[in-house]
Design a binder for this molecule. Sequence first.
Ligand SMILES: NC(=O)c1ccc[n+]([C@@H]2O[C@H](COP(=O)([O-])OP(=O)(O)OC[C@H]3O[C@@H](n4cnc5c(N)ncnc54)[C@H](OP(=O)(O)O)[C@@H]3O)[C@@H](O)[C@H]2O)c1
Length: 273
Amino acid sequence: MKTALIAGGTSGVGLSIAKALLRKEYEVYLLGQNKPKGEAIEMLLNKSFSGNAHFIRVDLSNISEVKSFSKNFSEKHDKLDVLANVAGVMEETRKITKEGFEKTFAVGYLSAFVLATQLAPLLEKASHARIVNVAGVASFVFKAKLDFDDLTFSQNYSSFKTAITTIHAKTILTEILADKYASIGVDVNSFHPGAVRSNLMNNMGGWKGLLFRIVGKLMSQDSKTGIYASCSAELEGVTGKYLDKKKIIDLNFDNDYKQQLWDESEKLIRSVS
Ligand SMILES: NC(=O)c1ccc[n+]([C@@H]2O[C@H](COP(=O)([O-])OP(=O)(O)OC[C@H]3O[C@@H](n4cnc5c(N)ncnc54)[C@H](OP(=O)(O)O)[C@@H]3O)[C@@H](O)[C@H]2O)c1
């Protein structure tokens, strides 16, 4: 039986991927921080998918918790076929975690870095495993760029800018990991999920939050590209790409920029036990 781990699998894009993989009889582990919500989703999914959905509570903004989760998960499993990094938040005001990270960046990027690096041995044990990272067209439209001197986003904080910069980092990480994991047979791609019904703006106040909630109700519950990226057989061997619908796109980030992100990420992750 194939196994998938979906960071952020309890709503929006992640839940859509979870349902598709369950339909294909994967054993699916859903990570989220909200225990009652996660357990309710697990119960609902298991009514249709014979006990193959498992919720695990992990706070992905807490990097030492993500590290210990990865260690425990590796000890309990023989292999992992799909790792989907789709957790994300948008914080109206800048929040710093007790480990000193900006929260959006910790949930959306640093946790993905830890899961992808620490679970690599488990992914290597599966045949043609894949990592899929949620990205987004907005990071290109608005030309997101990382400021390596300010990865806590202390200057002119904006929830939108921080969210798209976080996604931009995950898109770069995709290319880095694709190179690193080519020799172990793990494909790594990022994808634009499309417009998917979401809880992302639930905490957002004012007209922006209201507008998003109204428009959100009209959005699809499925991320077709997320599902395609996670389990389409025709993508076997495709790696280091950005997927938008069925378009397979080369982004080719600058090598020095990629190296700098890798070095900074390792430094940040090493700084917590
Ligand atoms: N929806 C779209 O149309 C769209 C379009 C482009 C890009 N994206 C990107 O896709 C990502 C996911 O968006 P979404 O629409 O799926 O959002 P969502 O419906 O709010 O789902 C977010 C998921 O992340 C989890 N999560 C958030 N903070 C967490 C934490 N600290 N620890 C553990 N899990 C945590 C949530 O679980 P809990 O509820 O337990 O916190 C939930 O499962 C975001 O980065 C977003 O920018 C979405």
